[in-house]
Design a protein around this ligand. Sequence first.
Ligand SMILES: [Ca+2]
Ligand SMILES: [Ca+2]
Length: 168
Amino acid sequence: MFRALFSITVALAGVGCGANGGGQGHGCSDSFECGDLEFCNAGSCDEVAGRSFFVAAERGTAVSNGDWDAGGGAPDPFVSIFLNGDLQCYTDTEDDTFQPSWGEGCEVVFESGGELEIDMYDEDVSDNDIMLYYVASGTDDLVSLARDGSVTLSTDYATLDISITPEF
Ligand SMILES: [Ca+2]
Ligand SMILES: [Ca+2]
């Protein structure tokens, strides 16, 4: 009798450990082990929607043959971050450089169906020149960003490294 009960307990525990698929709080070592709308955050699967992330412009590059400023020369790059069309923050302007490095950004809440826009400009006296424009639109895009943790954006004129770090 005692033996029978013992073996049933072991069997149930085995099912629990072997279960696959997601579920919030489920242990993970990589995001592919989590549900479609989750990412692997410090060893457990977390829902992306509703979570705060620190989105930062780390560094960038600009093509040296671009017609950035009157009379030639390097651009003066800065980056703006928008959420659902509202400006959240912008970096300092790095003057006269083809290789800006900011390490600046702000906290953004990734809502279900939200839209994250990131723009990189050459600051000019009159109209700023657009260097790079990027939009992550909808839950799938935001989940991809959360899972990757960083992304390099690029156009024919510039590149931009973005980091996406979960906050608590
Ligand atoms: Ca310019
Ligand atoms: Ca300029």
